[in-house]
Design a protein around this ligand. Structure first.
Ligand code: 5AD
Ligand code: SF4
Length: 508
């Protein structure tokens, strides 16, 4: 079903009270709900490369008004928030730090696990009081949760005071969605369940002026059986290299020191280009020539991580040798049911190649425990793989069934108690390995990009090493925004303490 058909399909039909489309009777304005089934389709729609501009009639819409966006989830969402902040500012709105004086509040949501969703529903409960007190306040839900029909239906039923719901493909439509919401008494729902476009020239208001995210591609075609992302973010589609390079050049000229290239599966970058043979390795190689101190990328998929990329990364310089390489499980059988499309052996071979080319490389990972029917032995294979690779750290999760994904339909004989116990055992290993790795830093000198005052002590500055270790140390405030050399004096459980030995040493 295309957007027009879905819109027509959701016209008022009061007699059809039992269908999901029930709620359409309340909406005269925009009612374009999501469909996970449509979102799953691939290959039918052409990717549209479009430019963004604010329509004349919406300019000044935000004069005298303030916006507040609360962001949940991954860096992609954080960056989407920077784009939406850019759009708000272009419309004349001003940012505010709290909900109390905001005229528009957006919840930019995450659907990756159930607890992420619960947090949002909890927050909506709190905001209800505010909305009652200030009926003119506009309240919106966007991000990955909006792409799920079950979520949209629940908001319609339980949180009807929400003014607008829009999806991940509709961010550039924010000006007209706001306009609709101001004009209409009804909830505005605009969620396209399409494969996705690439919109350029989006305005961005970045958090800080030291580190920046740059999108290189959108979507995911991997369809790992547990994951909702390919449904909420559409198909893999890459931004043209010239657009990315121009954005990075511009950021370098503005004085940014570190760039993280972003995508759900960055190793698939360029695979969708029909006119050029151009992948992540080519892109990293070209961007590394730009005068920017640090260059990272996330997130990698082991399946598409090729030798060319390893070769380029091994050149070092501003290409940092910290690689986040989600493994998910150490058992080939579980990896197969997860549809990860690599085996334990393939992963270990990839790690061997990376370490051979970059002996000091640090690796971090993501792991899911308690996938349906995971046996004790299979879980132990995850522990043994972790020991073998000696990851610097890991994000660990208990498997969370996501409606609409194949894994959610699998029977599961692993009790929650067992899953929790496995997570604890894995976390103990993660902590122990990480502490051991940090201990090795004592007495060494590292390059730290100073981000600002430490959260707990304004007398102390904090920043990150090339391998993303947080370092706290005493230094003049003038060091903020610089890369300085710090001698590590003490390793703590998760962070390092040190002393600055030299100011403003640019690596490069
Ligand atoms: N349950 C638990 N963890 C998940 N992840 C993705 N989907 C799920 C799920 N259904 C984890 C994976 C992924 C990270 C971003 O979140 O480890 O790499
Ligand atoms: Fe989800 Fe797998 Fe795509 Fe990562 S690669 S976003 S885990 S489907």
């Amino acid at each position: 079903m295309n957007e027009q058909q879905r819109k027509e399909n959701t016209q008022v039909n009061p007699s059809d009270k039992k269908s999901d489309k029930d709620y359409s009777q309340y909406f005269q304005a925009v009612y374009m709900p999501p469909s996970l089934k449509d979102a799953k389709k691939r290959g039918k729609e052409e990717v549209k490369y479009d430019g963004f501009s604010i329509p004349e009639e919406y300019r000044g819409m935000g004069q005298g008004k303030k916006f507040y966006i609360r962001t949940y989830g991954c860096q992609m969402n954080e960056h989407d928030t920077e784009v939406m902040a850019g759009i708000f500012m272009a419309l004349g709105y001003e940012p505010t730090d709290g909900v109390e004086d905001a005229n528009v509040i957006l919840l930019n949501t995450c659907a990756i696990r159930e607890n992420a969703e619960n947090k949002v529903f909890g927050e909506l409960g709190h905001l209800k009081t505010l909305k009652k007190r200030r009926p003119d306040l506009l309240l919106g839900v966007c991000g990955c949760m909006s792409q799920e029909e079950s979520v949209v239906n629940r908001i319609l039923k339980v949180h009807p005071f929400v003014d607008m719901i829009f999806g991940t493909h509709n961010i550039h439509r924010l000006p007209s969605i706001l306009h609709e919401a101001y004009m209409s008494k009804e909830m505005v729902v605009e969620v396209w369940s399409k494969e996705g476009d690439v919109i350029e020239n989006l305005p961005k208001v970045r958090k800080g002026n030291i580190k920046a995210w740059v999108n290189i591609m959108y979507g995911c075609d991997k369809f790992c059986t547990y994951c909702i992302v390919p449904y909420t973010r559409g198909k893999e589609r890459s931004r043209r290299p010239e657009e990315i390079i121009q954005e990075v050049r511009h950021l370098a000229a503005q004085g940014y020191k570190e760039i993280t290239l972003l995508g759900q599966n960055v190793n698939a970058y360029g695979k969708d280009f029909e006119d050029i043979e151009y992948g992540l390795a080519n892109l990293m190689d070209e961007i590394s020539k730009i005068d920017i101190s640090r260059l990272r990328f996330t997130t990698s998929h082991p399946r598409d991580f090729d030798d060319h990329l390893i070769e380029v990364l091994a050149k070092g310089g501003n290409l940092l040798d910290h690689i986040h390489l989600p493994v998910q499980s150490g058992s080939s059988d579980i990896l197969k049911i997860m549809a990860r499309k690599y085996s334990r052996e393939h992963y270990l071979e990839l790690v061997r190649k990376i370490k051979q080319a970059m002996p000091n490389a640090s690796l971090t990972t993501d792991i899911i425990v308690g996938f349906p029917n995971e046996t004790e032995e299979q879980f132990e294979e995850t522990l043994s793989l972790y020991r073998e690779v000696e990851f610097d750290s890991a994000y660990t999760f208990i498997y969370s069934p996501r409606e609409g994904t194949p894994a959610a339909k699998m029977e599961d004989n692993v009790p929650m108690e067992v899953k929790k116990e496995r997570l604890q055992r894995l976390n103990a290993l993660v902590n122990e390995t990480s502490a051991k790795k940090l201990k090795e830093y004592e007495g060494k000198v590292v390059n730290v990009l100073v981000e600002g005052e430490s959260k707990n002590n304004p007398e102390v500055l904090a920043g990150y090493t090339e391998k993303s270790k947080l370092v706290n140390f005493k230094a003049p405030k003038s060091a903020i925004g610089q890369i300085v050399k710090v001698k590590i004096t003490k390793a703590k459980t998760w962070t390092l303490n040190g002393e600055m030995v030299e100011e403003a040493v640019e690596v490069n």
